[in-house]
Design a protein around this ligand. Structure first.
Ligand code: B12
Ligand code: SF4
Length: 431
């Protein structure tokens, strides 16, 4: 239950004469027929949500309501999106949304508006007042873009490698508008890579401490977060409760290939890095990819062992997935390694929780089995209790560790059923 910040940002960019409703289907599908007829519908979707976006678009278009599609999927698959909408907005909306609305009002919507990349100084704040209560986390964005450009990730293709940071006082003012006690900082890389990025992150944290925001927040960062004691101390004082870190692979050559150079600092001791972060009472969730070209049978067990050795609190193992617009997509597409390519129907499997590609050393059954082995090993009751005990011993967050692990365990159980269905539905197309 995470807030759809894209639509809240779009609402913030909308002039006051428009009346706005945000509908989040993650919380349930409303009775669209019972709703007043809108003048314009804007829809956002990740790739995995594209089919549903097209269904909703189709419904409103049949009523004669113009529909605009925007966000990551509409940008990466423009021709496909255009078949289901009156207009698409590519890239970031800040520079074009007011024009789209003006054109819609005058019945002259263009097919395509190119938003490009926005300057973040002085952009209007997201409308945190619009969505009903009931979300566990509020959401805010403080930077856009990522200098790292990993081959499997859409962020650099979409938001660019130029790391843009919002003015600190804007962030503080927007934080104050968030009602929820807990906040997801959606930045892909909160601290950046260069010394000036780190300094800015420190300044942001200092300003948050001074503003006494009383929020607990979680964010994504690279492992270099652990290299600066002052940075971690300030983050913790500013309310940082957890970081999500992409470890991705156990193999240095593959990390280089993926573009994840920051994990390669010479002599990095990952276990010590994780410990340093945890010492500040910050939970570490680590992500690994299964299905890289170096991955052979046994990889699932090895990842679980290494994740336990690093001492991370939760492990998020995902299948290598070629997302449209990424370098990985281009590589796999040209090598004929994307068999699930009946689009848009197959996009529903692009959640990173289904093996949609052909993997070098692992068949469909192998890779699903590797994922199961990995999850079983890391989330066995014995391993969970060991982590909870260690957390208790170090006076960290044992309850959070337990709740986090049990919820992952539950997801894994659901994942098993989903994989069985997946096998039945598409098995022969992947062999
Ligand atoms: C927060 C987040 C989540 C949250 C989503 C919360 C929510 N309800 O939105 C959670 C944790 C649930 C999540 C889950 C997943 N995520 Co995610 N997520 C993000 C993240 C980090 C930030 C999104 C965000 O809020 N950005 C801030 C807003 C302001 O930016 P924006 O969305 O780009 O919106 C701007 C423009 O795109 C445009 N725009 C957007 N929509 C629209 C609509 C219209 C009409 C218009 C005009 C303009 C417009 O205007 C906005 C302002 O400029 C992005 C990375 C990123 N930088 O975007 C990944 C990202 C979107 N996620 C990604 C992925 C892969 C996933 C998962 C599949 C992975 C997984 N297994 O966990 C799942 C999918 C869930 C599902 N249901 O299918 C990929 C998507 C790639 C793709 N092609 O779809 C991204 C890009 C990350 C990546 N590394 O590649 N995610
Ligand atoms: S560091 Fe993270 S956000 Fe940046 S390109 Fe790599 S995977 Fe994407």
């Amino acid at each position: 239950m995470w807030k759809p910040l894209s639509l809240m940002v779009l609402a913030g960019l909308t002039p006051p004469e428009w009346e706005i409703s945000i509908i989040d289907e993650n919380r349930g599908v409303p009775d669209y027929e019972a709703m007043p007829r809108p003048d314009l519908v804007g829809i956002t979707a990740f790739t995995s949500q594209a089919i549903r976006a097209y269904e909703v678009a189709g419904y409103f278009r049949r009523l004669g309501v113009p529909v605009v599609l925007g966000g990551i999927h509409a940008t990466m698959c423009q021709d496909e999106a255009l078949e289901h909408a009156d207009s698409i907005v590519t890239g970031e909306a800040e520079s074009v949304w007011a024009r789209v609305l003006e054109d819609a009002r005058h019945g002259r919507l263009q097919l395509r508006y190119e938003g490009g990349r926005a300057e973040l100084g002085g952009i209007p704040f997201a409308r945190h007042d619009l969505l009903a209560e009931g979300y566990a986390f509020g959401a805010i964005q403080t930077t856009r873009g990522c200098p790292l450009n990993c081959s499997f990730c859409s962020v650099t293709a979409f938001n660019g490698a130029y790391y843009r940071q919002r003015p600190i006082q804007d962030v503080i003012r927007e934080f104050r508008m968030i009602r929820e006690k807990r906040v997801l900082v959606v930045d892909d890389n909160l601290i950046g890579t260069l010394p000036k990025h780190i300094e800015r992150a420190k300044d942001l944290f200092r300003a948050m401490i001074e503003a006494n925001l009383r929020k607990e927040w979680i964010a994504q960062a690279t492992i270099n977060f652990a290299d600066d004691e002052e940075l971690m101390e300030l983050a913790a004082k500013a309310g940082c409760g957890g970081v999500f870190i992409g470890f991705e692979s156990l193999s240095p050559e593959k990390l280089l290939d993926l573009g994840k150079k920051f994990n390669l600092l010479k002599n990095r001791d990952f276990r010590a890095s994780v410990r340093r972060i945890q010492r500040h009472n910050i939970v570490v969730v680590g992500s690994f990819i299964i299905g890289l070209d170096v991955d052979k049978p046994g990889i699932g067990k090895r990842i679980a062992e290494v994740a336990s050795r690093y001492g991370i609190d939760n492990l998020n193992a995902l299948f290598l997935t070629p997302l449209p617009g990424t370098r990985l997509w281009d590589q796999m597409k040209s090598a004929g390694r994307i068999p699930l390519d009946t689009f848009p129907e197959d996009w529903k499997y692009y959640t990173l929780t289904f093996p949609v590609a052909r993997y070098k050393h692992l068949s469909l059954d192998d890779i699903i089995q590797e994922m199961r082995t990995c999850n079983h090993a890391f989330y066995s009751m014995q391993s969970i209790l060991r982590r909870v005990w260690s957390s208790l011993w170090r006076r960290r967050k044992p309850i959070l560790s337990l709740v986090g692990s049990l919820s992952y365990r539950n997801n894994i159980r659901m994942g098993h059923k989903a994989h069985d269905n997946f096998r039945l539905q598409i098995g022969d197309r992947l062999d």
